[in-house]
Each structure stands twice: as structure tokens, then as C-alpha cells.
Design a protein around this ligand. Sequence first.
Ligand code: NAD
Length: 344
Amino acid sequence: MSRSVLITGGAGFIGSNFVHFWLEEYPEDRVVVLDALTYAGNLANLQTAVTNPRFRFYPGRIEDRTVVDGICRSERITHVVNFAAESHNDRSMVDPTGLIDANVTGVGILLRASKHFDIERFLHVSTDEVYGQIENGQFRETDPLLPRTPYSAGKAGGEMLVRAYHIAYGIPTVVTRGSNTFGPYQYPEKLLPFFITRALQDRPLPLYGTGTQVREWLYVTDHCRGIRSALLNGAVGEVYNLGGGNELTNLDITKLVLQLLGKPDCLIRHVPDPRGSAHDARYALDCTRIGSLGWRPQQAMHDALERTVRWYCDHRAWWEAIVQSEAYRSFVAGYYGPILGDDL
Ligand code: NAD
């Protein structure tokens, strides 16, 4: 039977990639996006979807009960995939107020609607950051949640609501915890698109501290495939890690980007770490559980990085419109100005 899939945050980075993925993979399904179009939401990410008769876009917030209920009713939603969130660690450390609304309250409103409208499956997109940091080994889904930034604390709070709604009301929930994701349409404030777009402008790259923090990188189409596996085949009430299996230090990935762009390493500026002791040293995920559903990352790191770098080279108009906007410029000036000084 065909589905009517509500994708919240579908105008953002992973959400918009998921919209394109789903429309292509499931020609019988309808895709409905609810997105608040915050600074990170961009209708340009959905340009090719908007002409599709199986696609609908609603501007609005997931905390807005009237909007959420109205969409579930009128669009006969069968599945919810919740990407909507304030997703940036650095911003969360400057001002955590908005993230509680989106990452916690909004999740509660979606869960309430899922109960009321008897949704078949509710998938909550979470992050490896809810675990905190790990020096050696890998996080398993049964490990405690020990978030260390306002962003990851908000994501952990949202997850607790998902867990409680499943236990208390039997809502058919599934949670995915993905690792650092990269690819096309990523707002140029996170490390990779920020550094790629700055290097393309020959601007210095502010690398926090020594750059020895280790991240596990996941290409966005692999993340979308993992969410699909969990949504369609995951056990109800379960949590699934989605790790890319590619561990690299921030310094190493920065050097790789510069190499791919043919730019010199001297663009790197080691700057004092604004996250201080809250900057997690390492994340790594055990993906045995999602592996049992047949998922594993398909993209080799170097190829995926090369493809991503090429995408930003080929889509200058997309990111230039963002980096020239007042909102972006004032965030970068306010956040990096004091750190970079004349190099801004
Ligand atoms: P993003 O910031 O690019 O997109 C977030 C989208 O949500 C934007 O379109 C924004 O307008 C929308 N939004 C924000 N608040 C909203 C609200 N209250 N109501 C409706 N829409 C709202 O983020 P992303 O990087 O695509 O991340 C998507 C999800 O995946 C997030 O939940 C994030 O925690 C999770 N995640 C991200 C990564 C990563 O590396 N990017 C890794 C693991 C998990």
C-alpha cells in the first residue's frame, strides 16, 4: 500500500536529501514536508521536488499543534520522519532557547499527533552526540546518554520523549543515531561545507585547537538509506546507530579538502576552541544492530568527499546566495570575528 510520509525539516540538509531519495525510490508514495524555514531551511534544496505532484510543502513549526494536526488529518499521514531541529552545536552554545522548542517541545507535539492519528511508524532522527564522547571502542545503543553540549542535550531530551511515548502509549517509534554527515545541500556553517566554501574564496579556515578531535563520517545518501532501513524494517521501540565507519581527525579531513581543491595547507588557522571542555574528543559507533537489517555504508570516504567538494564547486550560486546573506554574515562575524580578527 502506498504511504503518505511526513518529513519534518525537509528543507534542511539531510531532510532535503531524504525527500529526493524517497520520491525516487517510492513512486507510489506521497511526500509531505513541514519546515519552519529557519536560517538552515532552504527551498532551493527542494527545487526539483516542488513540481512533483506527489510532493507538498507546508511552512510551519513542529511545535505548532494546529499545523501538525491539520497536516496529519488533511494529508492522511501514515509515516513521520522527524528531521526538524536546531542542529548546530556552536549556535546552541551561544543561545540554547530555540533548540528546546524544536528539539524537545516539537518532538512532543509530533508524538502526540502520531498517537491521535494512529500513525503507522514514527522515526526520530537523532545523533551520535547524545552519547557524549568516547576515548576508545564504540558506542552501542544500550550505552547511557551523556550529552555534553546544549544541542546534544536537546536531542537526548527529544529521544526521551520518543521512548516514553512508545512505552506509555505503544506508539510505533524508531530512533536512529547518525554520525557526522556530509554531502550536497549542507548549510555552510558545519565544518565541511564551511571549510570548502571558505577555501574556494581563499579565506583562512578556523580549526578549533589542534584539530585532533575524531569524527566518524557518513555520506548523506548512506544516512538516508539507513533511515529507510530503520523506518521500514526496524523493530518498534528500537534505537539504531548509523555510523559511516570512517574515522578521521578534523585536521586530517581539512587537509584532504584542501588537497582536493588544490589549495595550500597554510589556509588553516589553529584557533582557541570556543567549545572549550565541551568539545567532544571522539565519537564512534557500533553498527551491528542496523547491520542485521542489511544496512552498511556503501560510499568510500575519499570518493564521497571528492563528490561533495565537486558539488560545492559546481553549485557556487547555491552557497554564494547563503554566504552573502545578512543573516550568515552577521553570524560568521559575531562568532568567528573575535577568533579570526583580520583573517575573517
Ligand atoms: P539542518 O539544520 O540542515 O536542517 C534542519 C531543518 O529543520 C531546517 O530546514 C530548518 O528550517 C528545520 N527546522 C528547524 N526547527 C524547526 C521547527 N521547529 N519546526 C520545523 N522545522 C524546523 O540540519 P541537518 O544537518 O539536516 O540535520 C537534520 C537532523 O539530523 C537533525 O535532527 C539533526 O539533529 C540530525 N543529525 C544531523 C547530523 C549531521 O551531521 N548533520 C548527524 C546526525 C543527526
